[in-house]
Ligand binder design. Structure first.
Ligand code: AHG
Ligand code: MN
Ligand code: MN
Ligand code: MN
Length: 335
């Protein structure tokens, strides 16, 4: 049996590049840089508990969250590869108060800026539940040759040229989307390469999984509560029965729902009307990925990708997943 040649991430991005001779290869190079940072983060995640990488860093970030040591480690790995690459003019990160403009001769010529959540699901680090990294890539709107500007980072999500995530779980996977499709790569530790394992991922139009934090139930709007009740009462005749799955790492919850079909909700609450999730480096990347895969993503009323961001760390209510399930939800939110 001839073993099918499995493309590595590098081979795949170069293959994509060859299909578009006018491309400069900067985006391919950027994705390979992110893959490198992910492999370094993966090493620390996999041995967390054996080395002094668990627990609190002892600081509180701009989000008001206890920063974990692994948050800082992941942040520094992502920022390091992007600063020393040839494709990124600057970055924005969940763990940094403001954007970082690299402002050196090579970076100022670079076409892209990157926003990232270096470690998503930090609360799960110390209890060995899967966590991830999320990234979002924009072409600069500012003048090449000069330092990038804040406007480069505050573009609507529809302007993303690529978005993706890494999930440090039972295996380590990197999934990224461009307008041409969503592809998943699984890290093969024996060769230290991400290998194409999930080509052209499509999100099923319907699923049987709904993901929400029931602990906030009585703080949700009437429409959200009604939809959750509908989810709980689904039968085989009405597309169910549904199962509730909520890990507390958005990367894991949304990845599962992308593959199997399902809906993930982080609604606003009476206490936090904007919810918890950040628009620029959590909601926009997943909204882009799900839309390319055939799903939908809204804030309850607006398409996420149409929102014009005002602030780097702004939050938004977030509903994302299978198209058919999102449309059923919208019927309850419109009332
Ligand atoms: P982060 O660890 O990057 O701060 O993000 C955590 C987010 C997201 O991953 C997850 O879905 C959500 O927080 C869980 O929040 P609750 O514990 O409030 O449900
Ligand atoms: Mn956090
Ligand atoms: Mn996060
Ligand atoms: Mn985070």
């Amino acid at each position: 049996m001839v073993n099918r040649k499995v493309l590595t991430l590098d081979e795949f991005t170069i293959q994509q590049l060859r299909m578009f001779p006018q491309a400069t290869g900067e985006l391919s190079s950027l994705l390979r840089d992110i893959g490198l940072a992910s492999k370094r983060i993966n090493v620390e995640v996999n041995k967390a508990g054996l080395v002094d990488i668990l627990g609190d860093h002892g600081s509180v970030n701009i989000q008001g969250e206890e920063v974990k040591k692994l948050d800082i480690f992941a942040n520094n790995q992502m920022m390091g590869v992007l600063r020393h690459g040839i494709s990124c003019a600057g970055i924005g990160s969940e763990e940094l108060d403001d954007i970082v403009i690299f402002d050196d001769e090579v970076s100022n010529q670079s076409k892209y800026v990157v926003l990232f959540d270096p470690l998503d699901g930090s609360g799960n680090i110390d209890v060995n539940v899967s966590i991830g990294t999320i990234f979002s890539v924009y072409r600069r709107v500012s003048e090449l040759g000069k330092p990038c500007t804040r406007e480069d980072f505050l573009q609507p999500g529809i302007q993303q040229v690529a978005a993706g995530y890494v999930i440090y779980g039972s295996s380590t996977m990197l999934v990224y989307a461009t307008r041409r499709g969503v592809n998943g790569f699984t890290l093969d530790p024996s060769i230290g390469e991400f290998c194409l394992s999930h080509p052209d991922i499509r999100c099923p139009e319907f699923g049987k999984i709904y993901s929400v934090n029931h602990g906030n139930f009585f703080q949700y709007s009437e429409g959200v509560k009604k939809y959750i009740n509908v989810c709980q009462q689904k039968t085989t005749e009405t597309g169910g029965p549904y199962t509730q799955r909520y890990i507390g790492s958005m990367v894991s919850d949304v990845h599962r729902n992308l593959i199997k079909g399902g809906i993930f909700m982080y609604p606003g609450t009476t206490g936090k009307p904007k919810g918890k999730l950040r628009l620029l480096y959590e909601c926009n990347p997943f909204a882009f990925i799900l839309e390319v895969a055939g799903g939908k993503a809204t804030d309850g009323t607006r398409r996420i990708l149409d929102i014009k961001p005002e602030e780097l760390h702004e939050r938004t209510p977030f509903f994302v997943g299978s198209k058919g399930m999102m449309e059923e939800l919208e019927g309850f939110l419109a009332k």
